[in-house]
Design a protein around this ligand. Structure first.
Ligand code: 3PG
Length: 305
C-alpha cells in the first residue's frame, strides 16, 4: 500500500521519521508532499495513494475524485472540517481523526494568549494578572479540559459550558458548570473557544454573546475562524472599547481588526496551536498507527464518517 503524507504545513522531522518507521515495519510505501503551493500538486500526488495523512490540508471532492486507489484519510489532529466527508463516504473512503493527540499544545497556546493579552501584547504599560480572574471554557472536550487544569493551577476560577458533558463531570474537576452560554459570557473575564466548526456553530459567536462580557473581557479563539460572526465582532469591538480578541486563526477581516483595534486584537501569523514537536509526533504517529491497523485488522476506531 502507498501512504501519502500531504502537509502544506509540515510535521516536525521527528514525526515524519516516526511515521516512516511505522510503515517501514508494515512494509507500506511512504510518499511525502510538504509545503505545496497549489491544489494541483495534491491532486497529482494523491492519484495512486491508498492512504492519506493530512493536517489542515483541504481534502475537497476534487481531491477525492482524483484519488482512485484511496481507502482511508486520517486527519492528524482534531478538527476534520477540512475534509469533504460526503465525497469520501460516497466513494467508501474511511475518514478518521486523532482526537486528543495535539490537545496539550493548543491548551498551552490558549494560556499563553491569555497572559499575552493581559500584559498589553508585551508593550510598555500597566497590565493585569490572570490569577483571581474567571475563565469560561466553551466546549469541555480534550482541549477545554486541559485549559481548565492549567487555568486552575494559575489561580483562576474556571467555568465551562458544554451541552454534551454532564454538570457533575465538570464539578468533579473543580469546574463550575454554566447553565447557559449567556451566563458564562456574563461572568467570565476570559472566554476560550474550543467548539468545532459545524453548521450549528459557524457564525454563532457574535454581538449578543460577546457584548455580555464584563469590562476588559478577552475572547480567545484557538478553534476555527468560521465560528465567529466577524461583522458583529467588529461592531462589538467598536461599541465596547474595553474588550479584546485574540485568535490563532486570523479572521477574514483581520486587516480591518488590526487597523481599527490595534492594541486590543492579535492573530498569529499562521495557525500555531498544534505547532509543537510533541503534538506533531503524537498526532502523526497516531495517524500512522491507525492506518496500519486499518489495513491489518480493519480497525475503524476514530472513524468519523
Ligand atoms: C486541529 O484541529 O487538530 C488543530 O486545529 C491543529 O491543526 P493543524 O494540524 O493544521 O495545526
Amino acid at each position: 500500500m502507498k501512504v501519502l503524507i500531504a502537509t502544506e504545513k509540515p510535521f516536525a522531522a521527528a514525526a515524519v521519521n516516526g511515521i516512516k518507521d511505522i510503515f517501514g515495519q508494515t512494509g507500506h510505501e511512504v510518499a511525502l508532499l510538504e509545503k505545496y503551493s497549489s491544489r494541483d500538486q495534491l491532486i497529482a500526488a494523491v492519484s495512486d495513494a491508498d492512504a492519506l495523512i493530512v493536517r489542515s490540508d483541504k481534502v475537497t471532492s476534487e481531491v477525492i475524485d482524483a484519488a482512485s486507489a484511496l481507502k482511508i484519510v486520517v486527519r492528524a489532529g482534531a478538527g476534520y472540517d477540512n475534509i469533504d466527508l460526503d465525497a469520501c463516504t460516497a466513494k467508501g473512503i474511511v475518514v478518521m481523526n486523532t482526537p486528543g493527540q495535539n490537545s496539550n499544545a493548543v491548551a498551552e497556546l490558549a494560556v499563553a494568549m491569555m497572559i499575552f493579552m493581559s500584559r498589553n501584547k508585551f508593550n510598555p504599560g500597566t497590565g493585569s494578572e490572570i490569577s483571581g480572574k474567571k475563565i469560561g471554557i466553551q466546549a469541555y472536550g480534550n482541549v477545554g479540559r486541559l485549559v481548565a487544569i492549567k487555568a486552575k493551577a494559575l489561580g483562576m476560577d474556571v467555568m465551562a459550558y458544554d451541552p454534551y458533558v454532564s454538570p457533575d463531570a465538570m464539578k468533579a474537576d473543580g469546574v463550575i458548570p454554566a447553565d447557559t452560554l449567556e451566563q458564562m459570557y456574563s461572568e467570565c473575564n476570559f472566554i476560550s473557544l474550543h467548539i468545532p466548526a459545524t453548521p450549528q456553530t459557524v457564525g454563532s459567536i457574535g454581538y449578543n454573546l460577546i457584548s455580555l462580557m464584563p469590562k476588559g473581557g478577552c475572547l480567545m479563539n484557538t478553534a476555527r475562524k468560521e465560528v465567529i460572526n466577524e461583522a458583529e465582532l467588529v461592531k462589538v469591538l467598536t461599541d465596547r472599547p474595553d474588550l479584546k480578541y485574540v485568535t490563532d486563526v486570523a479572521a477574514a477581516c483581520q486587516e480591518e481588526l488590526n487597523q481599527k483595534f490595534c492594541t486590543r486584537v492579535f492573530a498569529t501569523p499562521k495557525k500555531m496551536g498544534a505547532e509543537t514537536a510533541e503534538a506533531n509526533i503524537n498526532a502523526g504517529l497516531a495517524a500512522a498507527r491507525q492506518i496500519a491497523d486499518f489495513f491489518e485488522t480493519g480497525c475503524l476506531k476514530f472513524k468519523v464518517n
